[in-house]
Write a new protein. Structure first.
Length: 422
């Protein structure tokens, strides 16, 4: 009972962190849409897509894997190694952005570089350490403070400086707040990180995952950056109106995987591992199906409230794109709470390659048709292809384990994070 209560508490903490992000979005989206218009929202979509890619480039996409290592590694050595992996990439992004601003590159390219830097800056935070320790309350608090700063900055600056670059700058500054808070917390609890030693192991582990995450970005949240040279900013603005809603809801389904991660790491090798894994997966899928039904029916109202009548053409886009939620829920859960625990980076990479192959076909079609529907349908097809692969991979790993009986988890052993304080 205590373990179940702790799990529900931690799901609530992480969901509050995600929900808090999109409570802020509910305020900022109408403001940005009405001030920037479809063209400006399209530019902002390019920057946000690059933000996602930049965060992956810096953290190598292995935050879940590194978080799962916290319970059985020297924490300060792990922190030092991970910092050594991340900081050089962020420095490279900084130089690229400054160089681009100095030579006045086209606004779409400048927005891509700005987004890469902002995402990379966020990824040097120590939030992964909080997750690995099961301190979801602290993680939520620091993220909420950062998002509050973003909201204040945007409300003050965007009406005065109406530009997509202003909005991205506000996001960048708010990331600094969260980064500083998480590092302060880590130093207060653990002291300074050790000098890097063995960081190559993280690179070896991270490169396959990085490859998969970058490939995933091509048909996921990073797609607008890739389509920037194919579709107009106005078309990307319409897609963004739908995509922001869908991705916001998708992120609300992630807490189950995040909160189970430290538990799954401890349960790895125990007889009940796969039973727990499939129960969590069933919960994610059930929630996704319910959400799809609600959003499909309320799509016209949502678009009207959040973006205004000038984005009415985004309604049919939203009604189609929302069907990716069951697929993304499955994918998010498996790559967050199951495969990282099993250190199955090859399985993650294979899924990303399959999704990218489907997305590449959609990109070619978009180049010929100049239609946003190629992007929407391609995203849908790619997400379901990837989800099918991960379900097969998870089942295959379970069957492999059944050939070698695992030790049972002691019934009287306490939940590994139930007693943690935040």
């Amino acid at each position: 009972m205590r373990a179940s209560a702790a799990l529900i508490r931690d799901v609530g903490y992480v969901m509050l962190g995600k929900y808090g992000q999109y409570l802020v979005t509910l305020v900022t989206l109408p403001l940005a849409a009405r001030i920037l218009g479809a063209h400006g929202v399209g530019l902002l979509a390019i920057g946000m897509a690059a933000y996602f890619i930049g965060s992956v480039l810096v953290d190598l996409g292995i935050t879940s894997i590194v978080a799962a290592m916290v319970s059985h590694e020297d924490v300060n050595q792990l922190r030092g190694n991970y910092a050594a992996v991340r900081l050089p990439t962020l420095a490279t992004m900084t130089i690229a952005l400054l160089g681009a601003l100095a030579v006045h590159v086209p606004e779409s390219l400048a927005m891509v570089l700005f987004g890469l830097f902002a995402g990379g800056l966020w990824s040097i935070s120590e939030d992964w350490l909080l997750i690995g320790e099961g301190r979801f309350g602290a993680s939520t608090a620091y993220q909420t403070i950062g998002r509050g700063a973003y909201l204040v900055l945007l409300l003050v600056l965007l009406p005065v400086l109406p530009s997509a670059f202003t909005a991205m700058g506000c996001l960048c500054l708010s990331s600094v707040v969260t980064v500083v808070l998480t590092w302060w917390d880590a130093i207060r609890r653990h002291g300074r990180p050790r000098r890097p030693s063995g960081a190559g192991e993280l690179l070896r582990l991270g490169f396959p995952v990085l490859g998969s995450r970058l490939l995933t970005a091509g048909y996921g949240q990073g797609a607008p950056a890739l389509y920037a040279g194919v579709l107009s900013a106005a078309s990307l603005g319409l897609f963004s109106a739908s995509d922001r809603i869908v991705r916001a809801i998708q992120s609300l389904l992630d807490p189950i995987g995040f909160t189970l991660l430290p538990r799954m790491a401890r349960w790895d090798g125990a007889a009940g591992f796969w039973r727990r894994a499939y129960v969590g997966l069933a919960c994610c899928m059930a929630l996704a199906v319910v959400v799809v039904s609600v959003i499909w029916m309320s799509a016209p109202l949502l678009v009207s409230i959040l973006f205004g009548d000038q984005f009415a053409a985004a309604v049919p886009v939203l009604r189609l794109e929302i069907f990716i939620l069951p697929a993304t829920a499955l994918t998010s859960y498996v790559v967050t709470a199951v495969l990282p625990v099993r250190k199955d980076s090859i399985g993650i990479l294979t899924g990303a390659v399959l999704g990218t192959a489907v997305a590449a076909v959609a990109l070619v079609i978009a180049m010929r048709t100049q239609s946003v529907w190629a992007l929407v349908i391609g995203t849908l097809a790619a997400e379901f292809t990837v989800a099918a692969w991960y379900l097969l991979r998870m089942t295959w790993l379970m069957l492999q384990d059944r050939r070698t009986p695992a030790p049972a988890l002691p019934l009287n052993e306490p939940d590994p994070v139930a007693g943690r304080t935040n």
